[in-house]
Design a protein around this ligand. Structure first.
Ligand code: E4P
Length: 220
């Protein structure tokens, strides 16, 4: 399973790329608004840092507007993927953009039928929202598992991108059920690499090493 960063903060992307584990980035209008600055400059900067897919979401709600905006977003960098919401207009835009060779990520997917439609319309990625489903008492990872199973059974090549990831457990569960990608905030990526026993173990190794060094110096 690939790991994407869910952010519009260029400094976060720069920091995460140094670890060599991030192969793509997803943004959305909320993340863009939070980042401030010129959205197009942000997208270009992120796209130059990460060679993999960078999702940029349309703001238009009608198919014509989404297609127009999608073409423009895709022209900003070769690796930009156009993100469209799972609506009738979004499906039409997915169909039209994908036929032009523009990759589309269908977002705000909350049930398997939506994912099936998105795949049939030509989406390269579908984004089931795990955390937001859990928030309303539903089973977010169960949705990811259902979509993975359906796509495999049907031979659909659309990639399952687990989104709205809130904690490391979501990442592990998404991997376990076969998601192709999980996109996560920087905080979750950082949590994934930490464990208190790792820190305690390292402190102990270094203390033992230092004690032995001092003992050797004292003996000499
Ligand atoms: C996905 O592409 C979205 O940008 C994101 O994962 C939404 O996450 P949230 O539910 O934490 O806002």
């Amino acid at each position: 399973m690939e790991l994407f960063l869910d952010t519009a903060q260029v400094d976060e992307v720069r920091r995460a790329t140094a670890w060599g584990v991030v192969t793509g980035v997803t943004t959305n209008p909320t993340l863009m608004a939070r980042a401030g600055g010129d959205p197009e400059e942000i997208l270009k900067a992120i796209a130059s840092l990460v060679p993999g897919p960078i999702s940029a979401e349309v703001i238009a709600t009608d198919a014509e507007g989404m297609v127009r905006e999608g073409r423009h977003l895709a022209s900003l960098a070769n690796n930009i993927v156009v993100k469209v919401p799972m609506t009738p207009a979004g499906l039409e835009a997915t169909y039209r953009l994908s036929r032009e060779g523009i990759r589309v990520n269908v977002t705000l997917v909350f049930q398997p039928g939506q994912a099936l439609l998105a795949a049939r319309a030509g989406a390269t990625f579908v984004s089931p929202f795990v955390g937001r489903l859990d928030d309303v008492g539903e089973d977010g990872i169960g949705l990811v598992a259902d979509i993975v199973e359906i796509f495999r059974a049907q031979g659909l090549s659309t990639r399952v991108l687990a989104a709205s990831i809130r904690h490391p457990r979501h990442v592990i569960e998404a991997a376990r059920v076969g998601a192709d990608i999980a996109t996560m905030p920087m905080g979750v990526l950082e949590q994934l690499m930490r464990h208190p026993l790792t820190d305690a173990g390292l402190a102990r190794f270094l203390a033992d090493w230092e004690a032995a060094r001092k003992a050797r110096a004292g003996a000499g």
